[in-house]
Design a binder for this molecule. Structure first.
Ligand code: ATP
Length: 233
């Protein structure tokens, strides 16, 4: 579904990604792990069209999307939910959600809104509230809800558990599993190694702009190098 090959990317003269190969197949949850500054967000931002790669190729459902606009990429069905709670604080919950669907036309928007509100009943109760007044966890749900409004076939989630209480982290991982069982492929960018490997089918570990380890999530969870580097034992 998503095929990233020999991707090189960075900022001005700085090369951050130095030849990254990564794939996400239909129906998969793939975790992208790595310490701070490893290049996870850089990979995301290039895949979703916010930056133009230096070299290599990105294909989505067979189509070359390297250097395509983010609008084109969203329309093709690849939607990124950015790190943190990048909602529009002064807009209502409803307006935030509808912005995620504005490229899909009105009939789609109503159906998508209903679907998202079934997934997040808490947002239904708060449709007219301004997004800035939601709790942290609710804002994270809103950001994901807005992503779902774009009718993704592949959803890239950038640190969805960041800043959430342990209970909400559980809830978030449960939700990601449910979305996946409904057929959505997910690239999960996370620092939360244990829970990500428990949920994902496969995983990649990015280190210094290169894939240092990859394999089935079950195998990686047992990998001594990974355990030493990320779990401290
Ligand atoms: P984190 O988990 O901390 O978010 P990350 O793995 O997502 O880290 P990136 O944000 O991709 O890492 O950053 C990789 C490297 O690129 C870092 O050294 C960072 O300083 C650098 N970098 C990121 N954004 C820019 C930018 N806009 N201009 C220049 N350098 C940048």
């Amino acid at each position: 579904m998503l095929e990233v090959a020999a991707l090189r990317a960075g900022y001005g003269p700085i090369e951050v990604l130095r030849g990254v190969d990564l794939a996400v197949g239909p129906g998969e949850i793939v975790a992208l792990l790595g310490s701070n500054g490893a290049g996870k967000s850089t990979l995301n931002n290039n895949v979703s069209g916010l930056y133009r790669p230096f070299g290599g190729s990105i294909r989505f459902e067979g189509e070359e999307i390297t250097g395509a606009s983010s609008m084109h990429i969203v329309k093709a069905g690849l939607v990124q939910v950015p790190e943190g709670r990048r909602v529009f604080p002064n807009l209502s919950v409803r307006d935030n959600l509808e912005l995620g669907s504005y490229r899909r036309g009105k009939p789609h928007r109503a159906a998508n809104l209903e679907r998202v509100l079934e997934i997040f009943p808490r947002l239904r109760e708060r449709l007219t509230q301004s997004a800035g007044t939601l709790s942290g966890g609710e804002q994270q749900m809103l950001a994901i809800g807005r992503g779902l409004m774009g009718e993704p076939r592949l959803l890239i989630l950038d640190e969805p558990s960041l800043g959430l209480s342990p209970l909400l982290v559980e809830e978030m991982f449960g939700l990601i599993g449910r979305l996946n069982r409904q057929g959505l492929a997910i690239l999960l960018v996370e620092q939360n190694v244990v829970q990500s490997l428990a949920l994902a089918h496969r995983a990649y570990v990015l280190e210094n702009g290169r894939i240092a380890l990859s394999g089935s999530a079950a195998d990686l969870a047992r990998d001594p190098d990974l355990r030493r580097s990320y779990l401290g034992h």
